[in-house]
Design a protein around this ligand. Structure first.
Ligand SMILES: Nc1ncnc2c1ncn2[C@@H]1O[C@H](COP(=O)(O)OP(=O)(O)OP(=O)(O)O)[C@@H](O)[C@H]1O
Length: 289
């Protein structure tokens, strides 16, 4: 099993990702929207960090800035010491809309190997990576099927396999399970944790779902409502081995869930982090909405 190596790797504290003072203002048509005001946090190599916050808090905007798909208005994103100025080669993103991210005319195998072909990975290595990734997501027996022949949950597994085959240092997931049923969602959550352990990859997981964030994460970053900053960085001190039944029914899970729930409620009420209390411009009127 590879989990020991992955566990050792996760205990290191090298920041793989450094988000420094990121602000994003969308401008256009005579209207500007400050989606994100000032986000600063670090993610260590091999961590699994979840991001939650009220609707419209700027979770997707933040993720797109980190993925190099949007340019921050101020601040910077530093990945392994390099400022992100476009999609970094060692980052992969899994989006919610699996139906739109897979090519229907290509087989599962072809969809998963596409980014490797684009990177001109040699055939032998490509085949091995695709086989490993499909094995990791439990889809080795449908390599020649087309996405439309698979269930929604299986299609999302293909999208995850594609990201995994690429061998990213950082795997970002933007509400990846919002469109699947509850049972499939639980299976996919366990899949994310098993892949994370198996590969020792750093994972940044955006979700609306408070229970999901606590179940998956080692840390949960709670965003304030607009103008968005980090309201709280919550350490999830649950045991490393998690199961849907035992973990979710443990007293500590309930406590953490309540803590994050209360923080999200505070965010919705427009509360600001304590660090802003003494700073200028932090009056309740300044909380936007
Ligand atoms: N391309 C855009 N142009 C203008 N405003 C935008 C654009 N994209 C997002 N916004 C605005 O920025 C704010 C943050 O949006 P974003 O989608 O990042 O939030 P979110 O937390 O991911 O939302 P949700 O949880 O509802 O998916 C919202 O007010 C949104 O309307």
């Amino acid at each position: 099993m590879m989990s020991e190596t992955a566990t050792e790797k996760r205990t290191t504290t090298v920041p793989v990702l450094d988000v420094r003072g990121v602000k994003k203002v969308y401008a256009g048509s005579g209207r500007s929207v400050e989606a994100v005001r000032d986000l600063t946090f670090e993610v260590s190599s091999g961590e699994l960090v979840c991001i939650v916050g009220p609707s419209g808090a700027g979770k997707t905007t933040l993720l797109r800035c980190i993925a190099g798909l949007l340019e921050p208005t101020e601040g910077e994103v530093v990945l392994e010491g390099e400022t992100v100025t476009g999609p970094p080669s060692d980052m992969a993103v899994v989006f919610q809309e699996y139906g739109r991210s897979l090519f229907p005319w290509m087989t599962v195998q072809q969809n998963v190997e596409l980014p490797l072909k684009a990177r001109r990975t040699p055939r032998g290595e490509r085949d091995a990576r695709v086989a490993d990734a499909l094995d990791a997501v439990g889809l080795s027996d449908v390599t020649h099927a087309h996405p439309w022949q698979l269930s929604g949950g299986m299609q999302q597994r293909v999208a995850i396999a594609r990201a995994v085959a690429y061998g990213p240092k950082v795997l970002m997931m933007d509400e990846p399970f919002a469109a699947v049923d509850a049972q499939t969602r639980a299976d996919l959550e366990d899949l994310v944790r098993s892949i994370w352990k198996r590969l020792g990859v750093t994972v940044l997981f955006v979700t609306h779902d408070i229970d999901e964030s606590v179940y998956l994460g080692e840390r949960v970053l709670v965003l304030s409502s607009s103008p968005t900053v980090i309201l709280e960085d919550v350490a999830i001190d649950l045991p490393d081995e998690r199961t849907q039944l035992e973990t979710r029914s443990s007293p500590r899970f309930s406590e953490l869930r309540s803590e994050v729930y209360e923080l999200v409620q505070r965010a919705k009420r427009g509360e600001r982090p304590r660090s802003e209390d003494s700073s200028a411009g932090s009056s309740p009127e300044d909380t936007g909405a």
